[in-house]
Design a protein around this ligand. Structure first.
Ligand SMILES: *Cc1c(COP(=O)(O)O)cnc(C)c1O
Length: 400
């Protein structure tokens, strides 16, 4: 069983019945080329040394594992630690993956990288990686998102990226992904597609997981040093699933409670949420087989979350498998719960979390208070909340 958990996916990219490679024939050569390159460079000393150096001096790793003493005391239960991915360069864990893929693209001899983005966080991370690696960069973004995220669009342009408006479908993230895939099919010779989360066709779910697993590797060493034992519980929010699998992966062999928190939006009954496990079913979407929010005819449903990073209709295939294996438990936090946690962490610890991360904090608050004082809980603080301050003010009816 332990081996089963670690040696996945199989050769065809399956995690049990999930994952795989559901793409048009025209995209297969690109995925096969990427898989080959990734397999080669993940064991290439020079590549790994360069990546490790940039993780340290550019991203700012290792990120601290911070004992949130006031929060722990206020809740009166478990000792809470926060893994501070909010302190990464550009403000979230996404740079861990974007930078590594930019370096990989360079090694593959590509001169251009492309990416999709919703709220713009992954677009900014990719544009940053491109600037550093000296690559051309084009970011696909739905026109609806471009309108809502003008500041991030300007950031990407400052970083030298071209931002291309996607004016079809719902004009949001899933349409941007389709356009990026179309571009890649046409320009595969000189272009690499930097997918932003542990999702999509093989090898992306495994590759993104591996690039994010630095989070858990560090956290494991840090907690052993601080507490002399492993934690009792790990909690992370789940959008596509990259910061969560990044934290959990180094602990899969251990007997530790792990909890993934999805976006409950306005509640499951409202239909306005992105809780794929609570409200979805098995389906194929954007290159892989996974849990999906869909209607009886298999049409993908619209989603809602107060946090753009969790607002997606499907979830990484490895999560489905680890859920079936009862290795990870999944739950959700509603918009209201996340907003309360956002304010709670700001006031008790002086840390304004990303609204995505606030979903993990909300679950952490529930769990910590019923755990005993000797137990240790690690919550992944996937990003900082600066990007969300304006939105929270708007929701609270405050005119800035
Ligand atoms: C994008 C994002 C997420 C969600 O993505 P995952 O791939 O599930 O990690 C979570 N937190 C922050 C801060 C993000 O920007």
């Amino acid at each position: 069983m332990k081996k089963e958990l670690e040696n996945l996916p199989d050769k065809k990219g399956h995690f049990g019945q999930y994952g795989g490679r559901f793409v048009p024939e025209t995209l297969m050569p690109a995925l096969i080329e990427l898989e080959k390159a990734y397999k080669k460079y993940r064991e290439d000393k020079e590549f790994l040394t360069k990546l490790a150096l940039l993780q340290k001096d550019y991203i700012g790793r290792p990120t601290p594992l911070y004992h949130a003493q006031q929060l722990s005391e206020q809740l009166g239960g478990a000792k809470i630690y926060l893994k501070r991915e909010d302190l990464c360069h550009t403000g979230a864990h996404k740079i861990n993956n974007a930078l590594a893929q930019a370096l990989l693209a360079k090694k593959m001899g590509k001169r251009r990288i492309i990416a999709e983005t919703g709220a713009g966080q992954h677009g900014v991370a990719t544009a940053t990686g491109a600037a550093l690696a000296g690559l051309e960069c084009e970011i696909y973004m739905g026109s609806e998102d471009i309108r809502r995220q003008a500041l991030n669009v300007f950031r990407m342009r400052l970083l030298g990226a071209k931002v291309t408006e996607v004016n079809i479908g719902s004009r949001t993230l899933k349409d941007a992904i389709n356009e990026a895939l179309r571009d890649w099919t046409t320009n595969v010779q000189n272009t690499h597609y930097v997918l932003g989360t542990a999702f999509g066709p093989h090898p992306y779910p495994a590759m993104v997981r591996d690039f994010q697993s630095v989070i858990g590797k560090e956290a494991r060493q840090q907690i052993l040093k601080k507490e002399g034992k492993l934690p009792d519980c790990l909690i992370a929010c789940v959008g596509g699933g990259s910061n969560s699998i990044g934290l959990f992966y180094a602990f899969l062999k251990d007997k530790i409670k792990m909890i993934g928190v999805e976006a409950g939006g306005h509640g499951i009954a409202s239909g306005e949420h992105a809780a794929r496990f609570a409200g979805g079913s098995l389906g194929v979407f954007q290159g892989c087989k996974s849990y999906l929010l869909q209607n009886d005819d298999g049409n993908v449903l619209g989603t809602h979350s107060v946090s753009a990073g969790l607002d997606y209709a499907s979830v990484g295939p490895e999560h489905c498998y680890l859920r079936d294996m009862k290795k990870i438990e999944y739950t959700y936090a509603t918009d209201d719960e996340a907003l309360k946690a956002f304010e709670l962490l700001s006031r008790t610890e002086g840390i304004i979390p990303a609204l995505e991360s606030a979903h993990a904090i909300a679950e952490g608050v529930k769990r910590a208070s019923v755990m005993n004082k000797k137990s240790v809980l690690i919550i992944n603080l996937s990003g900082r909340g600066d990007k969300d301050v304006q939105e929270v003010a708007r929701i609270k009816g405050i005119n800035l």
